[in-house]
Ligand binder design. Sequence first.
Ligand SMILES: Cc1cc2nc3c(=O)[nH]c(=O)nc-3n(C[C@H](O)[C@H](O)[C@H](O)COP(=O)(O)OP(=O)(O)OC[C@H]3O[C@@H](n4cnc5c(N)ncnc54)[C@H](O)[C@@H]3O)c2cc1C
Length: 401
Amino acid sequence: MQHRIIVLGAGYTGAIAAGRLARRLHRDDVAITLVNAEPDFVERVRMHQVAVGQDLRPRPFSEMFADTGVELRLAKVTAVDVDRRTVAVIDSDGRAGELAYDTLVYALGSGWNDQGVPGTAEHAYEIASRAGALRLRERLAGLDAGQPVVVVGGGLTGLEAAAEIAEARPDLAVALATRGRLGDWLSDKGRGHLHKVFGRLGITVHEHAAVTGVEADRVVTADGTAVPAAVTVWTTGFAVHPIARATTLEVTGTGQIVVDGTMRSVSHPDVYAIGDAAMAMGAGDKPLRMSCASGVPTAWQAADAIAARLTGGKLPNVPLRYFNQCISLGRRQGLIQYVTADDRAVSVALTGRIAAVYKELVCKGAAWGVAHPVVGLPTRRRRVVQQAARTTDPAAVKASA
Ligand SMILES: Cc1cc2nc3c(=O)[nH]c(=O)nc-3n(C[C@H](O)[C@H](O)[C@H](O)COP(=O)(O)OP(=O)(O)OC[C@H]3O[C@@H](n4cnc5c(N)ncnc54)[C@H](O)[C@@H]3O)c2cc1C
């Protein structure tokens, strides 16, 4: 009997976890199914580029996972029943189905977070999804010279979006509204560079400007200021999909699945959660932020832990820590802010063109890792301990090894 592993979501983390599991476990012993709603990989970290009209290389999963031992199921996940160990899906032909698992890896990622601000759903544009980025692309293409675009949110995504739009469309009046000060978490060097590039790109910055309402042609801030906006781009963080919250899994108030150091659900030991969907602790016992940078190591950790538990091997201990924040500021400028293990800026930062190249290589590397799921580390496919294959109790797996 094969052990059925289902991976939900083929974003950065789900695709990497599925590939790594296929490399670690013997094909006769496991059936690995990767479920994703779309047929090709979406490079989410480049959605601001898509929004300004750049085309990304298509990366169909059917090619990426050919001959890997991972079965691809193109379907939308509609529900998970962690007590019956089933996943409800709607296949690409519209038919409803149900998949049963022994081990589940939940990697459905996140979408935009409108934070309930009035008017966002009706008037704002988002770049957390490809559909959103394409919608914004069409709108930006239709704007006339001089029209105002306001990016709301001064985090990494907001900075990248504002710079990308201002560089690609110097004829538009681009502004960024942020609650605090521009780049206030960066080092002096990093912040200085950010201010310089924003200045050169002609981006107007509204600091201490918490946006409390979005209308068709403006945003309104907490102090009543109205900022004209033909287009509002909303980038105030991400929110997870509601599927996990509807289960009996232990989740946080924001709906992320609470996991231990091996990415295993603290309430359901046959469920693992990775990437944006997981609430995992990093260095200094600080929750990891939703990012590729910390999400990919959670995928390695989960895959190696599942393989170890099934084969009676040693549990892995991938350090979940940060090294740097890689920020693109258009195609020609960048900022690599080095950070402590728990994500606090240190004084060292790389700036300018070299930083833009560095960031480009990071994005390419992440996509390469997804597109070559079974290349890289040496393949050591281990046999699953048969008697334990369908149990979720690690002690039993070990005992039978
Ligand atoms: C514009 C932008 C720039 C970013 N830049 C950076 C950066 O520079 N560095 C960094 O570290 N992070 C960055 N991020 C964050 C990063 O993209 C995410 O943290 C990362 O994508 C999370 O990976 P994931 O695998 O958890 O989720 P995702 O990559 O979102 O993958 C989730 C997958 O699940 C699928 N899915 C979702 N719901 C369903 C469903 N119901 N049924 C079936 N399939 C479903 C999706 O189609 C997708 O394939 C950026 C994000 C954005 C939007």
